[in-house]
Design a protein around this ligand. Structure first.
Ligand code: FAD
Length: 263
């Protein structure tokens, strides 16, 4: 795929659909890939490497899954009694096989205080969850010649998919901040892509500090460069601030998103 072929999802109404766990595969100590099957995946229109999927997680491990039935799903979820209300979280479609009705989601296992992380850690084939596809944001202009991809573990699914889909004409720098070498993934990428893994441990670097330091030292030509930045909120905002305020990137050249917030 060239960057020109990346597009946003059609503005069609999105509805929640039930899905069932087909298999689970440990990718690293702190990441699990869960393959889901859903009847309606055949209607799914893949929009790009950061394709968003909203997950509806049962409120308790033994609870029945109640899904909203209309396109105005959020007010519907909010109106449900707390005892049956699903927990809604955002994830990325790592890959999809429309013909088989299957999709993969890669979950960071960050502990059982997060309902989605806890669900993923316990998931076994046959478990039920709700999914709703909700477009993509990765949208480089057709003139893009360079790409900067920056993120932490939660952004790895989107960055891995982007690297797989980009062609060799795009010059790529990827800065991937993870806990340690055990959190690294095998990545397929265009030849010549500059992929740098940065480890927070053992020094216990603050979230985003390493990517920012690496970025400050990197040669970076903003012309025809598209930056995609996601991960912990302070990582995303500090990188975006650096690119726009100190490196001369136009705001429209930088997509950034706080995927989660450290409390
Ligand atoms: C567009 C989008 C796409 C995303 N795609 C993915 C994806 O593909 N894979 C993925 O794993 N995540 C992804 N995320 C991030 C994910 O939505 C959050 O990590 C979410 O908070 C997890 O929900 P939870 O129920 O496990 O934890 P929550 O109930 O939200 O949080 C519980 C506690 O855990 C902490 N916490 C939350 N996430 C993390 C983390 N990753 N590491 C350490 N501590 C954490 C919080 O600060 C809080 O204290 C995405 C987010 C967005 C917005």
């Amino acid at each position: 795929m060239t960057v020109q072929t990346v597009r946003r999802a059609a503005e069609r109404e999105a509805l929640a659909m039930p899905a069932v766990v087909v298999s689970t595969t440990r990718l690293t100590d702190h990441m699990v890939r869960i393959r889901l099957y859903a009847d309606d995946v055949e209607k799914f229109d893949y929009a790009g490497p950061d394709q968003l999927v909203r997950l509806f997680v049962p409120p308790r491990p033994d609870a029945e899954l109640h899904l909203p039935i209309s396109a105005r799903w959020w007010p519907e979820v909010c109106a449900m009694p707390e005892s049956i209300r699903p927990i809604v979280r955002n994830y990325t479609v790592r890959s999809v096989d429309v013909a088989a009705g299957e999709l993969d989601i890669d979950f960071v296992l960050h502990g059982d205080d997060g309902p989605a992380s806890a669900w993923a850690r316990r998931a076994v084939p046959g478990d039920k969850i709700g999914i709703l596809f909700d477009g993509a944001r990765f949208d480089p202009p057709p003139t893009t010649r360079r790409m900067l991809l920056v993120g932490d573990e939660t952004a790895l699914p989107a960055i891995s998919a982007a690297l797989e889909q980009l062609d060799a004409s795009i010059e790529v720098l990827a800065l991937l901040e993870v806990e340690d070498a055990g959190a690294e993934l095998e990545l397929a990428h265009p030849p010549g892509a500059d992929i740098r893994w940065l480890h927070r441990a053992p020094a216990g670097a603050a979230r985003g500090a390493l990517v920012l330091a690496e970025l400050r030292a990197a040669r970076l030509e903003p012309r025809h460069c598209y930056a995609w930045v996601a991960g912990e909120s302070s990582l995303a905002t500090s990188v975006r601030r650096h690119l726009v305020n100190e490196r001369g990137f136009g705001k429209e050249q930088v997509y950034f998103c706080g995927y989660w917030r450290q409390h």
